[in-house]
Design a protein around this ligand. Sequence first.
Ligand SMILES: [Zn+2]
Length: 882
Amino acid sequence: MSRPLARLAAPLAAALTSLQALAGTPFDFDAAPGRLPKSVVPLDYSLAVVPDIGAGTIAGTESVRLRVRAPSRAIVFNSLNERLTDVRFDGAPVAAVDSDDARQLTTVTLAQAAPVGEHTLSFSYTGKLETQPHGLFVQTYLSFDGSHGQLLSTKMESTDARRMFPCWDEPAFRSTFELTVTVPAAWATVSNMPVARRELHGGQAIATFERSPGMPSYLIEFTAGDLAHIDSRVGATQVGIWAVRGREPDGQVALADAQLILADYNEYFGYEFPLPKLDSIAVPGGFSGAMENWGAITYNDQLLLLGANSTLADRQAEFAVQAHEIAHQWNGDLVTMGWWDDLWLNESFAAWRGAAETDRRNPSWKWWERQDASREFAMRSDSRLSTHPIQQPVADELQAANAFDEITYEKGQSVLRMLESYLGPEVFRDGVRRYVRARALSNATAADLWSALAAASGQDVGQLARDWTEQSGFPLVSVAASCARGARTITLAQRRFLLQAAAQDGGHWSIPLRIRAGSEAPHAQLLSRDGEQGAAGRCHEPLTVNADAIGFYRVKYDAATLAANTRAFGAMADGDRIALLDDSWALALAGQQSLSSYLALASAMGKNRDARAWEQIAASLGTLEHYARGSRGHAAFAAAARSMVRPVADSLGWDPQPGETPDVARLRRTLLVDLGAWDDARVLAEARRRFARFVTDRSAIRPDDQETILAVVMRSADAATFGQLHAIARAETDETAQRRDFAALMQVGDPALAAQAAQIALSEEIPPQAAAIRLRLVVLLAGRHPALAWRTFREHADMLLAPNPKYAPLITAQHVPEYFWEGAPPEEIEQWVRARLPAEMAPNIARGMETVQALRAERAALTPAADAWVAEAPWHRGGGRW
Ligand SMILES: [Zn+2]
């Protein structure tokens, strides 16, 4: 699963049961946590489903071959909104059937205990056809030609297969499935396996898919509609891209990428993709990410299809999300975590492998450098007291959705990369191959992975890795250098890094340092105890102990080393420079180093044009400028920020230069947006001039630049300008372009126009398949109009959260407080959140509210520090260049 809201949020301790993985034992079916008894297990399902869109119902018949492992009178499995009839065990009616929707369980009671051995449970049932993306749902969409269409699709993870059919809906219960569906005869059908037979009965088609290999229920997929596809092959595997008929040509790039990625992974994992085909389905609307159903990945169509209005960012997202979802075909589908506490075995792995593949196949994108932003995002959450370990207890499967957060994804990705770097890529790959081979078509725990990596490397990987996966937070390494005849010796120590709480003992990590002095190649040192020393080059040279920013830790250097690093800053290796910027900024936020030492580094960039470093600087200046709004020092700070980035922006100009790499193009757009936000008169005027041409000629601004220019223009738009863009958005027939226009409208500066923008976000102008973007639009509005955005969200929360049924509780608890923290007092937000959520979400709410308190403290501390920096800045004393 890709995370739909990842970039919009920043910053769980549940209870009990899942001690299996945490205790570090290999997968064992009987010991796997879960609510369902293991005395009766499914082996094979034959399932026939007849959806009725008009009535909103599902009629099904189901026959499950079971193994009774211990004599049992009761058979317990999951169900939700289903009513079972004609329930038979080995052909004979059963004594009682009780379906409890509150507990999402059905208990079938037999007249007498079933003996050990194979048996058959069969029944008919009626269920609910969903209208939101969970279980089997119907999706209404507006086509590019103006017509309305409908299709059926599924979204099962974590616990929604039970909404489509009664089943053992926990990941350890792998079974084979044979699915039969009845749909309108003109519709195409896609599922995990190819169609085995298809019969027409009047206006209806009955399609039966081939029986699947053993798999967990959360990976079942079924889509049907007026779809068409393009396809190709990789070895024995048929690779297809499906879309609403007429849009399938926009899947050409995705098809080529899927072939490339699949072939690479066959090689990397050393285990051929085991199904006969791999389909990718572009669902118009549905949920806003993608889901790795085995052999039939579903994507929000905006992520998979690329048309004339798509940008390089769209292309990058298409590749990266495919690389993530296809990695899941091994990590998740072929080998499934035993229980949701090891969700990271799915998600951290897919995040890491997907990023590595994206970087490998697209070197000009500098993908790992860009992933630094993901690492920072995770570190920010993980430097709060209320964070949680990568491996965390999940009390029951209904809590599983709350684990899909930046710790599982972004921290997990970084920690795996650090481990790969420490063991060496070949050794790590060998370990992954051993793990996949050993656990194929079955389940696994972290211990299974550690033992495979240990076998490959000859090292006790588990001991090192568990510091990072079973422990909350991460360390701050302090470096104290001493000099003797120019030779530097460093003394190292560690403690947990926390943004707000006072420094405290607690937490200890085995830290794989990568030390680089001057321009030499980095060398590794495993820091395991305080006071360790090492030689580190010459005293005047720059020094990093997190070379290339690969480690998931922060570093604080002594004053002399920091000064040496600041002097040589512009010439350091890109990754080293970024690590220094990230750490200095975080130390300033935590009050552990002055803001001015961060700004001194930023000022030392000189002529260096490293895009990620400048993006980091622009984002930090943007935060400071945002906090200063409404304060007396705001104008002076905005001027200082402008003068800091202006030379870079001037050198990059407005239009691409020949041979320009994607990261530089991205930097140009970032800086223009920021200069616009900081009221740079020249940028505002040029953006308005370009917009005026765009109004009469939509091709006047390249798609890649539209987001930038529209955002700048909207900041200072009057009613006429706002109306022009609104009219363009309404008339737009391409959804990609239309989404961009709507997003720009939300960035309007004028309060009265912002109120209009809020109404647009709630209106029917948003096509049905784009319902999930409404929340994003309201969050965008919060940038300039926090109180309006909070009010709008609070009054329409049900509507705004409905398209995200799985994540709604997590979004409400952890993200909503952060989105709207400037829109209302913390008490009001907390009270509102508590009233909407059950008591077991308390740890998540604590995380959300800790973020709010931290942001408030940050604003209070940084604003005067920024003022002081402006007052002391050398150019200011020299007469005010700006
Ligand atoms: Zn995923």
